[in-house]
Design a protein around this ligand. Structure first.
Ligand SMILES: Cc1cc2nc3c(=O)[nH]c(=O)nc-3n(C[C@H](O)[C@H](O)[C@H](O)COP(=O)(O)O)c2cc1C
Length: 186
């Protein structure tokens, strides 16, 4: 199997723990997986979880000395073959839609030349919110691909669309995108 360098962005959703499964699957399939966590994501899951599963240092800050001085963000951006953001918050989608680059993940998003695939997770009222819809549409205009949230029981106690896609489906969508890129190159 062809393996790839994949950046997995993890943001501050209650579904952040599910990213561990995604990272574990991708790493076990031989991919080089570099996890980049937002500050909010670190309130939900510790970097040590992702470091253990990916066997790579996790990027937790734009000003992380090792990350900042190489400069690792551009080196990482150059190497990346896919930027997968799972879960993607309403906030990170707003940043992606408007080119705001105020942390490691949002800075990477405007530095990479590879495809970006976002798997959002949020409360259904947030997902349906007009500003969020506009930001998703704007992200799509810029070529960002989406694996939409699914209907299911949510942490807020209701059963609606907002739940992060199943980790297996996220892995499959990431690999499908990489296959599509390979075919386009050949
Ligand atoms: C318990 C809790 C759960 C949250 N879950 C989500 C979520 O699933 N999706 C979302 O968009 N925001 C969620 N938020 C809000 C984000 O954490 C907040 O907007 C934060 O600024 C996102 O930062 P980030 O995009 O840099 O990770 C949640 C907040 C809390 C306190």
């Amino acid at each position: 199997m062809t393996t790839h360098t994949i950046i997995v962005g993890v943001t501050g959703s209650i579904a952040a723990f599910k990213a561990a499964d995604v990272v574990s699957h991708l790493a076990r399939r031989g991919h080089e997986v570099v996890v980049v966590m937002t500050e909010s994501a670190q309130k939900f899951v510790g970097p040590i979880t992702f470091e253990t599963l990916s066997h790579q240092k996790v990027v937790t800050s734009l000003f992380d000395l090792e990350y900042a001085t190489f400069p690792r963000h551009t080196a990482l951006a150059d190497r990346a073959e896919l930027l997968l953001v799972a879960p993607a918050t309403a906030n990170i989608l707003a940043k992606f839609a408007h080119g705001i680059a105020d942390d490691a993940l949002s800075t990477l998003a405007i530095s990479v030349r590879c495809p970006i695939l976002a798997a959002p997770a949020m409360n259904p009222h947030m997902w349906r919110n007009r500003v969020v819809r506009a930001n998703v549409a704007r992200c799509k205009e810029f070529g960002i691909k989406f694996l939409d949230p699914v209907k299911g029981p949510l942490a807020c106690g209701i059963v609606e669309e907002g739940r992060l896609a199943v980790p297996d489906d996220i892995v499959e969508a990431a690999e499908a995108e990489l296959r599509r890129m390979r075919r386009a190159r050949n």
